[in-house]
Design a protein around this ligand. Structure first.
Ligand SMILES: C[S@@+](CC[C@H](N)C(=O)[O-])C[C@H]1O[C@@H](n2cnc3c(N)ncnc32)[C@H](O)[C@@H]1O
Length: 199
């Protein structure tokens, strides 16, 4: 699947597909976002400019903004951004597939977070998206990416599949685009600092 195939599928998707807690209740869905926003706030500098890439209808972006961050919701799906606007009409939003993120946000961000987005893409697409996200963050800024590593990595296939990576694949891409992995206790997703690329 290409990047636009995945976005087209999400544009048509039932909002219940965004997170398993939505199958339980809307309260459970909101609590999951609040808990993850609180976790992210232990790492993100107070009040910083944060892009939630692949924000969906704002499960995490809305509570993160409520914590005082200057949040920009970015998604490739206009349908998702419309639902986000219903929940938080004054949040800044941009349509982006990741590869163009730097140009659509203008001023670079202090951080990009991206949860449950990279997992839905092939390696080739994932590389292009990571490159785009890195370009949207200022040097020394942070990227917190739901970007899972597995001993037996595989491409998920399909818009709701789960792609896993080898640590070697990730390290090579990080060196190429300028990402330094940080050791952060208690964070379920890898955290990277934007640095100069090694080559
Ligand atoms: C599983 S939902 C996750 C939403 C949100 N991050 C969360 O954790 O609640 C995936 C979202 O990523 C968006 N998405 C997937 N691939 C994308 C891409 N290449 N560019 C922009 N948005 C993308 C979809 O439109 C959808 O809103």
């Amino acid at each position: 699947m290409t990047i636009s195939d995945v976005i087209d599928a999400w544009n048509e998707a039932d909002p219940a597909a965004i997170h398993p807690t939505r199958g339980i209740s809307e309260d459970a869905y909101e609590s999951s976002g609040q808990n993850q926003a609180a976790l992210l706030s232990t790492v993100l500098p107070e009040g910083s400019r944060v892009v939630d890439f692949g924000c969906g209808d704002g499960r995490v972006a809305v509570p993160l903004r409520a914590l005082g961050y200057d949040v920009i919701g970015a998604d490739g799906s206009q349908a998702m951004l419309n639902r986000l606007a219903d929940r938080d009409p004054s949040m800044a939003t941009v349509v982006s597939d990741g590869t163009d993120l730097a140009s659509v946000i203008g001023k670079k961000a202090d951080a990009v977070i991206s949860l449950a987005v990279l997992i839905h893409h092939t390696y080739e697409a994932g590389e292009r998206i990571i490159e785009g996200l890195r370009a949207a963050v200022r040097v020394n800024g942070l990227l917190i990416l739901d970007w899972p590593v597995a001993d037996e990595p595989q491409e998920g296939g399909g818009w709701i599949g789960v792609t896993t990576w080898s640590r070697e694949q990730q390290d090579a891409l990080c060196a190429r685009v300028g990402l330094k992995r940080l050791e952060v206790d208690g964070m379920p997703w890898p955290v990277f600092r934007a640095v100069k690329a090694s080559s």
